[in-house]
Design a protein around this ligand. Structure first.
Ligand code: ADP
Ligand code: MG
Length: 514
């Protein structure tokens, strides 16, 4: 019976335990005494594991390690006075390690009047795990623990959400990628921040794709296994001393890393710092690039902007999306170009995407783009039309470029050129293929002439044409095309001829949504 149950008196200790349970606290380490014993008992009754230790310091160390291992704070339960003072060592250590921790101390005097005080739990949990993780202390007055209140007078705050994932500034991501690419002796240092961020998968990918030697800090060990061929742990001093570019993934340039200073490092070594804590950036050394954000997310950003050449679809669309005006029309056709483009290029307005449509028609793009440009011109001047074409698709109605130029419609045509339908060949393979035989006998039906300069179709009629092979060229030509509202342009973007879609991964559909 609800009415009866809601009248039931419940102790402050139970309320505290329930508040912890609601925050998903799994473990409490501590030493009980007046007034916190009841809290420990109440917690146990709710299924929270209580581990009684022999000194608050050890209890606090244990609780902080739970925070590091699980991402939710472990709780250290202590009495006031000496208990709290012993716990300080653990709190300081947690703070220095950037590990979330919740310390609950029972103090003697009541300094809060209402149960509203328990709302401090989600706040405490939040400040322990958000931003740079660290220790948090909640002080609970003694008479609070034994207070009897009506069940219905209590409102538990919801479990505090996991911290939002922050990403680094895109321009910094690009700069970092180019600094790494130009490095002669790059070195990745993997710290416990990377471990805490669960960035193991993405960092391993980065190590392998960019062939980067790495050095784990003591607790960064195992993020990428120690026996990985790129691990240079055995040559630590040498690696530090001779690196010309060092990427710090969640590791601070403190004593553990010899402050990042000579003679342990090159005087002109370039540091790229990845950290979630802005205050950490630029400590001891002036970094070449700072990436403020969650390590896992930033690593993924780096992977996405990876400047291996030739570019692939994802690299191209990543850079296009970055500059795409929110209100632009996106017209698109092609096979992979249209399919992959659709997943990366964002639309924010209805009726602003036109593509091959129900019939899957190739050759509609330029006509659609011209129509969109007319509508934009007459109804919302300044609005841009971006027409994203596969090289094969462009061929179906490429001569409409003349129409575009005749009416001077500032359409931006992107031809994503892989030398073929679905896939093509590079110039060398092409030459090899034609060495002995007639083209009609050996050229695969999907292939188109490699390295075709489609941009010259545009320049032929007075528009702007760009032939781009690198992300930098792509960014620059796109910027110029968007800035020029008076002329159409065509950017011919050369990509890896064999580039295809990523293997589809439906994990997110099957994994339980916890
Ligand atoms: P190590 O001892 O391995 O060198 P440090 O404790 O010196 O590691 O550095 C860890 C760094 O990781 C801290 O500067 C902290 O701000 C950062 N950090 C913690 N969690 C994250 C995260 N999720 N994303 C990015 N940086 C993080
Ligand atoms: Mg914090």
């Amino acid at each position: 019976n609800f009415a009866e149950r809601s009248q039931e008196p419940v102790s402050g200790a139970k309320v505290i335990a329930q508040a912890l349970k609601t925050q998903d606290v799994e473990y409490i380490f501590g030493i009980v005494g007046i007034p916190v014993t009841e809290i420990a008992i109440a917690a146990q009754q709710l299924g929270i594991k209580y581990i009684g230790m022999r000194n608050e310091q050890a209890a606090c160390y244990a609780a902080s390690a739970i925070g590091y291992l699980t991402g939710r704070p472990g709780v250290c339960l202590v009495v006031s006075g000496p208990g709290l003072i012993h716990a300080l060592g653990g709190m300081a250590n947690a703070n220095m390690n950037c590990w979330p921790l919740l310390v609950i101390g029972g103090s003697s005097e009541r300094n809060q009047e209402t149960m509203g005080a328990f709302q401090e739990f989600p706040q405490a949990v939040r400040s322990s795990i958000y931003g740079r993780p660290g220790a948090c202390y909640v002080d609970i007055p003694a008479d609070f623990v034994n207070l009897q209140v009506n069940v219905n007078s209590i409102k538990y705050m919801e479990r505090c959400m996991s911290p939002p994932v922050s990403m680094a500034e895109t321009s910094a991501v690009c700069t970092a990628a180019s600094v790494i690419r130009n490095a002669k002796q790059p070195l990745l240092i993997i710290g416990k921040g990377a471990a805490y961020a669960h960035a193991e998968e993405s960092i391993k990918k980065l190590v392998e794709q960019c062939k980067l030697p790495f050095l784990p800090t003591p607790m960064g060990k195992g993020v990428v296994p120690d026996n990985h061929p790129y691990c240079v742990g055995a040559a630590r001093s040498r690696a530090l001393q001779f690196a010309d570019v060092i990427v710090l993934f969640g590791a601070r340039l403190n004593w553990i890393l010899h402050f990042g200073l000579p003679p342990r490092y090159q005087p002109d070594v370039k540091f790229i710092q990845v950290d979630i804590c802005a205050e950490e950036l630029g400590n001891n050394v002036k970094p070449a690039v700072t990436l403020l954000g969650n390590i896992n997310a930033v690593t993924k950003q780096e992977l996405a902007s990876k400047k291996s050449l030739p570019m692939n679809y994802y690299t191209v669309f990543y850079h296009v999306q970055e500059q795409l005006p929110r209100d632009c029309f996106v017209v698109s056709e092609g096979a992979n170009t249209m399919d992959i483009g659709r997943t990366v290029l964002q639309n924010y307005l209805p009726r602003h995407r036109l593509d091959a449509g129900t019939f899957g028609t190739m050759g509609v793009g330029l006509g659609f783009a011209i129509a969109a440009a007319m509508v934009a011109k007459d109804r919302s001047p300044g609005q841009r039309v971006i027409c994203v074409e596969g090289d094969s698709a462009f061929g179906f109605s490429g001569m409409e470029v003349e129409t575009i130029c005749r009416y001077n419609l500032p359409i931006i045509l992107l031809v994503v050129n892989n030398n073929g339908i679905y896939q093509g060949f590079d110039t060398d393979t092409w030459k090899e293929m034609l060495k002995f035989r007639d083209a009609t006998a050996v050229v695969p039906p999907m292939c188109l002439l490699p390295n075709s300069h489609y941009e010259q179709v545009m320049t032929a009629f007075g528009g702007k044409g760009y032939f781009v092979q690198t992300p930098e060229e792509l960014q620059k030509s796109l910027r110029q095309s968007l800035a020029d509202t008076t002329k159409p342009s065509l950017i011919n973007i050369m990509i890896e001829p064999q580039a295809t879609r990523k293997a589809q991964d439906f994990h997110w559909l099957t994994r339980s949504n916890m």
